[in-house]
Ligand binder design. Structure first.
Ligand code: BG6
Length: 489
């Protein structure tokens, strides 16, 4: 479909997310012809830049990472960029920047208007009120909210109420960038465009599911944010639970904006609550200590270089968590969903592992149950481990071998970054891959009691050496039922 013309206003437009993710994604969209000729990108920040300064900054900071060697295309992209200096503190309407923005947008009411809030959540409400007060919110406006959406259910509701007072739910796009990843969307195709999986996608055939998002990076320079977030809020509440939903959801009747989200929210509502002694038993918290990653010595979390010194909150925050979750419904009764994420693990790898049960009766020696691995990163692919006979004239020995699909090799196309896909959907007004209010709140409803239990305990997170796959308790979480984390490449 031809892209609609849009004015894309990015609040926090010179920040880290904008420079590292949004502008590169927009450049690629432009290069691939997915931006209408009249589309403009208006960065808003307190930075005091004019259009030329901002274009210079993007030239210097963004272009080198892009291999943008097509000079004409790059100039066209630069020509779309503008900068407005404004803030939401105080009475925003009196800031001259808002007047300038209003003049820039005037007369373009028939153009889609998108407010992308790449800024901390406490600015969401004030921004929406200021945009409304300045008369900028039109029926063709949309607002895009970056995570985190609050620190708990109450905070998320507060933000949703504030934004909801200005924008209708259909205009609100809550980003979870994991939903923009190719393999994640492929999971829907794999499950619902193939006949053979669905009949065995249940507790009769599946022993358990593992969802891992491991990162080798630490958190240098992020203490201000991370001390108050931690792995549970930063990764599980959003990314990992979204993946769990896509694995566990019922087949939707249609591939439309509400059907998929309706099914996902039912999964979140079916999650068995975990609190008190069950939280002690079914959750693990870890914090990295000094260690070695990729042959390089790295400091522990508390010694990461940062402008703010570590506090008591730093000592308590988890950089790793593992949880045994359960979806209490007919399809999944009794099937554990193990979730795990951490910083400073030995590798960067995100994957979903569906572990099938063993054959009911084996006529061969050895053998191991089937396993389906959906790799999100680093190299997107799907690997089905099946048993095959090892060639030879001797005894029949079954051996696990992978049936592997590598997206890069099979499709020979550039795999777009998650943000490219999501920005394209925002511009097209398609909210399917964005979180609806009830989804976000259902996720917090499950997370809150875990946090409450953790906060009520004196114990600190268990230390693990940087470069290892988390504290011993994480292995024990599976080990006590004879299971183990999938660690192979
Ligand atoms: C972000 C988290 O949402 O996701 C970061 O705030 C994390 O802490 C990042 O590093 C991971 O994203 P990806 O796409 O690299 O897996």
């Amino acid at each position: 479909p031809t892209a609609h013309a849009a004015d894309l206003v990015v609040f926090g437009g010179t920040g880290d997310l904008s420079m590292r993710k949004l502008l590169p994604a927009l450049y690629h969209s432009d290069r691939d012809g997915r931006l209408a000729p009249e589309t403009r990108i208006i960065a808003m920040s307190r930075g005091g830049l004019d259009d030329a300064d901002f274009r210079g900054k993007v030239e210097a900071d963004v272009r080198p990472g892009l291999h943008a060697d097509d000079a004409e295309g790059w100039d066209r992209f630069l020509g779309r960029l503008h900068h407005v200096t404004a803030d939401v503190a105080g009475d925003a309407r009196t800031h001259p920047g808002w007047g300038r923005l209003a003049r820039m947008l005037a007369g373009r009411e028939d153009v889609d208007r998108i407010f992308y809030l790449a800024s901390p959540p406490m600015t969401f409400g004030p921004f929406c009120r200021a945009a409304h007060a300045a008369g900028l919110v039109t029926p063709r406006s949309r607002v895009v909210l970056e995570k985190p959406l609050g620190r708990d259910l109450e905070g998320a509701r507060g933000i949703n109420d504030e934004v909801g007072a200005i924008f209708e739910e259909r205009q609100i796009f809550r980003i979870d960038h994991y939903l923009g990843k190719e393999t994640v969307q492929n999971l829907l195709v794999l499950r619902f465009a193939n006949a053979f999986l669905e009949p065995i996608w249940n507790s009769l055939w599946i022993d358990h599911v593992q969802i891992t998002a491991a990162e080798s990076v630490g958190t240098p320079g992020r203490r201000g944010y991370y001390d108050h977030a931690g792995a549970l809020r930063d990764m599980v509440q959003n990314h990992l639970l979204q993946l769990l939903c896509l694995v566990a959801m019922e087949p939707p009747a249609r591939n439309d904006r509400e059907s998929i989200r309706d099914e996902k929210v039912k999964v979140l509502q079916a999650l068995r609550p975990i609190s008190g002694t069950e939280a002690d038993r079914f959750t693990v918290r870890g914090q990295y200590a000094a260690g070695e990653v990729d042959g390089r010595a790295v400091p522990g979390y508390l010694d990461e270089p940062d402008k703010t010194p570590p506090t008591d909150a730093s000592r308590h925050v988890e950089t790793f968590t593992a949880i045994r979750a359960e979806v209490k419904n007919w399809r999944w009764a009794g099937v554990p969903f193990y979730l795990r994420t951490g910083k400073r693990m030995p590798y960067r790898r995100s994957e979903i592992v569906v572990q099938f049960k063993d054959v009911p009766h084996s006529i061969f020696p050895g053998g191991s149950p089937n396993r389906l691995v959906l790799r999100l990163q680093p190299s997107e692919g799907i690997h089905l481990h099946i048993m095959a006979k090892e060639p030879g004239a001797g005894d029949v020995v079954p051996r696990p071998v992978p049936l592997s699909l590598s997206f890069a090799d099979t499709f020979r196309a550039r795999v777009p970054e998650a943000y490219e896909r999501l920005l394209t959907d925002v511009l097209a007004g398609n909210p399917t891959l964005f979180m609806r209010r009830d989804e976000v709140e259902a996720a917090w409803t499950w997370i809150d009691p875990i946090i409450a239990t953790w906060e009520s305990r004196d114990a600190l997170p268990e230390p693990y050496a940087a470069g290892t796959s988390g504290p011993a308790a994480a292995r024990e979480l599976l080990g006590r039922s004879g299971r183990a984390w999938h660690e192979e490449d």
